[in-house]
Design a protein around this ligand. Structure first.
Ligand code: UD1
Length: 379
């Protein structure tokens, strides 16, 4: 069997690493090819992550780069279709919810290749998030769906996905965290920050950073924190340009995007994290660091139910209240969600390697071998 795993953007790299490792440790009869779509391409957004995670160089780089959603998705689809035509995989494994995820899932499925989605079933119920559209479309066409938390199984059941396709395996992002956390803690912090006496901010969602007014409101709302302690702010490329148009609070210290291990160390030693990221809600839960999420919804409810996450929304007055409340209390003990134990990659590899052949055949009996990529006829 030939399996392909796709990584495109920063949060994908830590999700594919444990699966690659599990596949490549001693199972030589099956090959797993790593495709990098090039959705993220800077050293800071991509190359440094490969180095930190000990990832092998991608077998294939599609080099699609940035663009509008349609441009980026279309470029991935065109390049990935050519790749599939040449390499003829039986399985395509996609992770997360970025444009590369849905683009490769859709392309593979239409070529009759079986699709596995890692981190399936998460729902924010907010269709203004591009990621929500990507999740819904990917899950609807996947042959195997690997979930990280129970809410995802319930969501998929409600959407009519047969339960024999769904496997609750845990969280590959947490596999990677557990593997690298000691290295992260061992690194020196930037000189402005003392352990436990600073917070960390990340902001990159279009809904938060694409409007100057909204971004200004969010930064001003951080005053309960910025008036008490320095806040480390590794700035995503999407956010950089907008920052030139706003007043940045004095104690907010803007930094270049950080490599994976350095960022883990920064979070693990902080007093609190403020974020609009999805993955960071999960990482702070496992690290026991209070997380205030600057969004109105989360697709990862287990991080609020069991973990350290509090949804603060985007209304500045409400955010101020939440921040004051978090600062006034000692850290509360968080529980680690079930199966976030460092073994998700192994579970995924086991399912794919034991069930892969049968499911690939049933996934696409008619067109699996017609890779001629004939033009789609109208009607
Ligand atoms: C994408 C994902 C988002 C994920 C985020 C993590 C989608 C829809 N969104 O958002 O889910 O949380 O990645 O970062 O897939 N840029 C660079 N260098 C790079 C990559 C991008 O400078 O290596 C700049 C480009 O100007 C680009 C902008 O960042 O236009 C945004 O990149 P893009 O891939 O479009 O989306 P993200 O906001 O990063």
């Amino acid at each position: 069997m030939k399996y392909v795993i796709v990584a495109g953007a920063r949060p994908n790299f830590m999700k594919v690493a444990p699966i690659l490792e599990a596949f490549r440790s001693g199972r030589s009869e099956h090959s797993l090819v790593l495709v990098h779509t090039g959705q993220h391409y800077d050293a800071a957004m991509s190359g440094d992550f490969f180095r930190d995670l000990g990832l092998p160089q991608p077998d294939i780089e599609l080099g699609v780069g940035s663009g509008s959603h349609a441009e980026q998705t279309a470029r991935v689809m065109l390049a990935f279709e050519r790749f599939c035509g040449e390499h003829k995989p039986q399985w395509v494994i996609v992770v997360g919810d970025v444009n590369s995820t849905v683009a490769c899932a859709l392309t593979a499925k239409k070529l009759g290749i079986a699709v596995a989605h890692v981190e399936a079933g998460l729902r924010s119920w907010d269709m203004s998030m591009p990621e929500e559209i990507n999740r819904l479309c990917t899950d609807a066409i996947s042959d195997l769906l690997f979930t990280t938390e129970k809410s995802a199984n319930l969501n998929l059941a409600k959407e009519g996905i047969p339960k024999e396709r769904i496997y609750f395996v845990g969280n590959t992002m947490i596999d990677t965290l557990l593997r690298h956390i000691d290295a992260g803690r061992a690194l020196a912090l930037p000189p402005q920050f003392q352990p436990g006496a600073y917070s960390v901010l990340t902001l990159h969602r279009p809904a938060n950073v694409d409007s100057t007014e909204l971004l200004q409101g969010l930064l001003d709302a951080l005053e309960p924190v910025t008036s008490r302690m320095p806040v480390a702010f590794p700035v995503h490329p999407r956010t950089v340009r907008r920052l030139e148009e706003v007043r940045v609070p004095a104690n907010l210290i803007c930094l270049e995007p950080m490599s994976y291990i350095r960022f883990l160390g920064l979070v693990a030693n902080s007093r609190m994290v403020l974020t609009d990221s999805g993955g960071i809600q999960e990482e702070t839960t496992v690290l026991g660091i209070p997380c205030v999420t600057l969004r109105n919804s989360t697709e990862r409810p287990v991080t609020c139910e069991m973990g350290t996450n509090i949804l603060a929304g985007t209304d500045p007055d409400h955010i101020r209240q939440v921040l004051c409340s978090v600062l006034s209390k000692p850290k509360h003990a968080a529980r680690v969600p079930p199966k976030w134990d460092g073994k998700a990659g192994q579970r995924i590899a086991e399912v794919l390697l034991t069930q892969g052949s049968a499911k690939a055949r049933s996934a696409a009996p008619a067109i699996q071998h017609s890779f001629s990529m004939d033009r789609v006829s109208a009607g």
